[in-house]
Write a protein that binds this ligand. Structure first.
Ligand code: SF4
Length: 340
């Protein structure tokens, strides 16, 4: 459990992100956490780079609507202190904490606070002996993660989540596959340093999508060089593409072609922006023409198929009525509101 969020077991994969405001600024951070929560984020992580951030962290953890994970590198004392100041989970990379004795102190602090630890591994925080081996990075990541897990178990601590992130998608996939073969601990999946919104979403969709389709992954973060809220949208797109879970209605829209005589890109944008108004199990179609529109989108619950200056509103592949172009989006949502 991370706060009130179950990770692993029979729980669906949870969606998380990380704030990019200064943790020493609780007001700005809490505002961002609220935006993340509104977007459907379930667990949030804050960096604690120094002692000043600890003060902020305590206030954030107290007031946050989401469980807050303390993200610590290098300094085990910050981790110990974060556990005492309300962290719902600690994230450390044991490979960069300095020594396993220091890791043990962190383990003991988590035990005392009753909170889990994410054991993180990336190419910069491999177990030293394993790093020297002449094996692929994916194997180094998996072996390191499992070696750290064993250390935690020997210390009597099993409340753990594992992550083994690589920026190369195929290496990340392979590392997680290897770990999943060896252990049943919950896995936090992600592709690290994935990139800006477009490239990072595609990379994450390929990496996380492959893993999730294989049943691997209990909580996910899509790492983007962007507003963290974009990470939540991307995560849900990945989960909903695989029919695992969704947090809003699905929109299918045609790619447009020479038959299209309206600004369909703008119409699709408007529909996407108003999805909060409709039940999330619905599928809405936005089609550029009446020739193929309703037929192509037969599986949609509701949709619009545009013509020249007007369009047809349809439900389950059957036309309902003709509507002027400028009223199409409003009429679509009025129709749905009237039938739900
Ligand atoms: Fe072209 Fe019509 Fe198909 Fe859209 S629905 S791609 S406009 S044929």
């Amino acid at each position: 459990m991370v706060g009130n969020v179950q990770v692993g077991g029979d729980a669906l994969p949870s969606v998380q992100s990380m704030t990019n405001t200064a943790t020493s600024d609780p007001q700005a951070t809490l505002e961002q956490i609220q935006r993340l929560a509104d977007a459907g984020c379930e667990i949030v992580r804050c960096a604690i780079p120094n002692k000043e951030a600890l003060e902020g962290f305590e206030q954030i953890a107290k007031a946050s609507p989401l469980p807050v994970v303390a993200d610590i590198h290098f300094d085990h004392e910050l981790a110990i202190e974060a556990a005492r100041r309300g962290a719902a989970k600690l994230r450390i990379n044991p490979g960069n904490i300095g020594s396993m004795d220091r890791v043990d102190e962190v383990i003991d602090a988590a035990k005392e606070a009753g909170i889990p630890i994410r054991i993180g591994v990336n190419s910069g925080s491999l177990q030293k002996e394993i790093d020297k081996m002449d094996i692929p990075l994916s194997e180094k990541l998996a072996k390191s993660a499992l070696a750290f897990v064993e250390h935690f178990e020997n210390r009597g601590f099993t409340d753990i989540v594992i992550s083994a992130k690589a920026s190369n998608v195929r290496e990340a996939i392979e590392a997680y596959r290897l770990i999943a073969q060896e252990t049943e601990y919950p896995l936090h999946i992600g592709v690290t340093e994935a990139g800006s919104t477009f490239a990072g979403t595609v990379k994450s969709a390929v990496g996380l999508g492959t893993l999730l389709e294989e049943g691997i992954g209990d909580t996910l973060r899509v790492s983007l060089t962007a507003d963290p809220v974009d990470e939540i949208e991307a995560a849900y797109e990945i989960l909903s593409a695989l029919d695992i879970r969704r947090n809003r209605a699905e929109v299918i829209s045609c790619p447009t072609c020479g038959r299209c005589q309206v600004d369909l890109i703008d119409i699709a944008r408007q529909v996407n922006e108003r999805l909060d108004e409709v039940p999330q199990h619905l599928k809405l179609a936005v089609m550029g023409c009446v020739v193929n529109g309703p037929g192509e989108a037969r599986e949609a619950d509701y949709g619009i198929a545009c013509g020249k200056g007007s369009g047809i509103l349809f439900a389950h592949g059957e036309p309902l009525r003709k509507v002027a172009e400028e009223d199409l989006v409003d009429e679509l949502f009025t129709e749905i509101a009237g039938s739900c």
